[in-house]
Design a protein around this ligand. Structure first.
Ligand code: ADP
Length: 293
């Protein structure tokens, strides 16, 4: 696995030179969420140029948002990158950088974890990231599950009996709306703790404050129920959890505890993701090289 990769997120843009499956060099720039897609690609090109990329070298690009089979890029959550509109990422990349493969960042991370990280021994694998929102990807028989509209794997938008509020997807009462950072902050405000973000809620829970412990537990229960549902559909044996909330101390243990309420058949192994910030980069390049083969 050798080539180049970029990862365009809501807060930062990363670009990397990858050698033999490892990130050899990485550069980071802040994302301007108001910039149009062409301007974002110019930033990516600037970083890749510094890393020695030239047109024609293998390149995978992971992005926040949904990328369909025609390479069109759509904002799923208008709160993250509101200037995307519906843009041909395939044409844009080819204009600025040459041939490249683009896909959703969580899907890319799932592919990397499935092939080289927490899911190497798995035949039915899901990666779920819990951060500002909840995203993911599904790797079944070592292949990333993808769909023409690019929606496959957006597991945060599954309904949850633990939720009741609105979700950035436009759906109601989703896993993301209760388990993600935005949902946790909204639950804190509703409990009378206005202005607390997810990190503050986790800190309060660690200090033994009941209101906060209940909110973190609802998040973990929604995740356990989602894992049970996905296992029903896909026969998962392993689920890796990532993201700033997913990897917060004690969170995976809370998911495992909540999962004991499910019958054994619906309880896959739940483990921490292993590749961290490298995952979307490595997965994007892997997706590109898989496509070329
Ligand atoms: P992102 O991962 O989306 O780039 P951040 O890591 O800054 O951005 O934060 C995403 C979400 O994770 C926020 O809701 C934030 O409050 C929460 N968060 C960050 N660090 C922690 C932590 N140590 N414990 C719990 N929640 C955290």
């Amino acid at each position: 696995l050798t080539g180049f990769a970029a990862d365009l997120g809501g807060t930062k843009i990363a670009a990397a030179r990858i050698h033999a499956g490892e990130v050899a060099e990485r550069l980071i720039a802040p994302t301007d969420p108001a910039a149009d897609p062409d301007a974002q690609l110019v930033v990516i090109k600037g970083l890749l140029d510094l890393l020695g990329h030239d047109s024609g070298a293998p390149l995978g690009v992971a992005v926040a948002g949904r990328v369909d089979a025609e390479g069109m890029w759509h904002a799923v959550n208008r709160g993250t990158l509101h200037a995307i509109g519906d843009f041909s990422l395939r044409d844009g990349l080819s204009r600025h950088l040459g041939p490249a493969t683009s896909l959703n960042d969580a899907a890319a991370a799932a592919l990397a974890e499935g092939l080289f990280g927490a899911g190497t021994d798995s035949a039915g694998f899901a990666f779920i990231t819990v951060s500002t929102g909840v995203g993911g990807g599904l790797v079944i028989g070592n292949r990333l599950l993808s769909s023409g509209n690019g929606l496959a794997g957006h597991v945060g938008f599954v309904s949850s009996r633990f939720a009741s509020g609105p979700c950035g997807s436009g759906r109601m009462a989703t896993v993301e709306s209760i388990a993600g950072g935005r949902g946790i902050a909204a639950a804190a405000a509703a409990a009378g703790y206005e202005g607390r973000d997810a990190r503050a809620v986790f800190d309060a829970a660690a200090e033994g404050q009941d209101w906060a412990g209940r909110i973190v537990d609802s998040s973990a229960h929604a995740m356990a129920s989602l894992i049970g549902d996905l296992t029903t559909i896909l026969g998962l044996d392993t689920v890796a959890i990532g993201g700033s909330i997913g990897l917060a101390p004690g969170y995976i243990d809370r998911i495992r505890l909540a999962l004991t309420e499910e019958p054994e058949l619906f309880r896959p192994r739940v483990v921490a993701a292993r590749l961290g910030h490298d995952a979307p980069l490595i997965g994007a390049l892997a997706a590109h090289l898989n496509k070329e083969r």
